[in-house]
Design a protein around this ligand. Structure first.
Ligand code: TXA
Ligand code: MG
Length: 343
């Protein structure tokens, strides 16, 4: 299959949106830009189209999809929200929508089981990317869109990365530029709770705990009881093809002289302990100089791809401060790693 790429720059915007909507209406899958990562979109109400998403991504059917909507009102078409819960949902929408924030809520029957892997809840978000919003609005139906990578691999943050992941498997990629959040949305399951609303954190992301705490109690499930409870919380995920190691402290790294190593460095600083340890074949810096976590988040998946394609035998990754969006960066690094340290 030939994969067409359409640029949604100011000149091509209307055409790109129009062709994407046409393809989605025809039951096709289309790669679409969002502010977090590129998504592989399908009309969420069309079971056959959603089935194609699973097939193209080689995604297991037990891993449910996020649906994207264009307006806040649309949430009531897809979710079954009690008046009590609505008070919390409205506060959350006010605070974080449009944006990189996904709510898991009771679903309405209109959402096919294939989208939610048979669960009674659905994950929903409203993206702030102008291209995604325009396509959602013109389609007038929710768009089911997981990240546009093959299952378990690094999420794409550019149209070029999507082409590498899924080129030849899908008919159309809409190029809306590089993603400006760089990590997948924060996911919470919203519940009423006894005293305060409960936000069960299923995936850390750009909307951080400190912000959410103003609205409800943020609860981090220790270990998911089962795969249905947190299907995306697989220990191994977001992984490059090259083995990736993280260490508790730099001195734990003992290189094998027969292998070549690439370093994923936070800020390229010697004081972080890794740069001087070894004669690295390649070094990718996430936020050169001072080290800023949001910049590191934006560059993370891009840098991982660069290292993966550099031909090194092993990638060593520094973790970052476990604060704000650093929590989500470290989460992705642990899941990308070959061995998860017992921390
Ligand atoms: O930023 C994002 O969220 C991107 C962009 C494209 O919107 N999408 C994304 O989708 O990351 P995906 O499919 O790669 O990850 C969605 C995760 C699933 O792995 C699953 O764990 C969780 O969302 N999820 C979906 N529905 C759920 C549900 N009903 N209950 C619990 N978790 C759910
Ligand atoms: Mg994904």
């Amino acid at each position: 299959m030939e994969t067409e790429i359409l640029y949604a720059d100011p000149e091509g915007f209307d055409e790109a949106v129009g062709v994407a909507v046409q393809k989605l209406n025809e039951g096709e899958v289309v790669a679409l830009p969002t502010e977090t990562v590129y998504g592989l979109g399908a009309n969420a109400l069309d079971e056959n189209a959603v089935a194609k998403v699973f097939e193209v991504k080689e995604r297991p059917s037990f891993d449910p999809l996020i649906i994207h909507i264009a307006t806040r009102e649309q949430i009531y078409e897809v979710c079954d929200i009690s008046p009590e819960l609505d008070v919390v949902v409205q506060q959350l929408m006010e605070a974080f929508w449009p944006g990189p924030f996904t709510m898991v809520l009771p679903k309405k029957d209109i959402i096919p089981d294939i989208v939610t892997s048979g669960q009674a809840t659905v994950a929903v978000r409203m993206s702030e990317h102008p291209v995604m919003r325009a396509i959602c609005k013109e389609l007038g139906k929710p768009i089911a869109a997981p990240s546009a990578n093959r299952f378990g691999r690094i999420s794409p943050t550019s149209a070029h990365a999507v082409e590498k992941e899924l080129g030849g498997r899908i008919p159309l990629i809409i190029d809306g530029g590089a993603c400006n959040a760089g990590l997948e949305s924060t996911i919470v399951r919203v519940e009423l709770g006894e005293k305060r609303p409960e936000l069960h954190l299923l995936r850390s992301g750009p909307v951080v705990k400190e912000e959410m705490q103003k609205i409800g109690k943020v609860i981090r499930p220790k270990k998911p009881r089962n795969v249905e409870e947190a299907p995306g919380q697989l220990d191994s995920h977001y992984a490059p093809a090259t083995p990736l190691y993280i260490f508790e402290k730099p001195e734990d790294f003992v290189p094998d002289p027969a292998l070549s190593y690439g370093l994923l460095s936070y800020r390229g600083a010697e004081k972080d302990g890794y740069i001087e340890l070894h004669d690295w074949a390649v070094i990718e810096e996430l936020s050169p100089g001072k080290g800023k976590l949001p910049e590191a988040a934006v560059r993370l998946f891009f840098a991982l791809r660069q290292l993966d394609e550099s031909g090194v035998d092993v990638i060593v990754a520094e973790t970052v401060a476990e604060t704000a969006i650093g929590v989500a960066i470290n989460d992705r690094l642990r899941r990308a790693s070959t061995k998860i340290p017992s921390v």
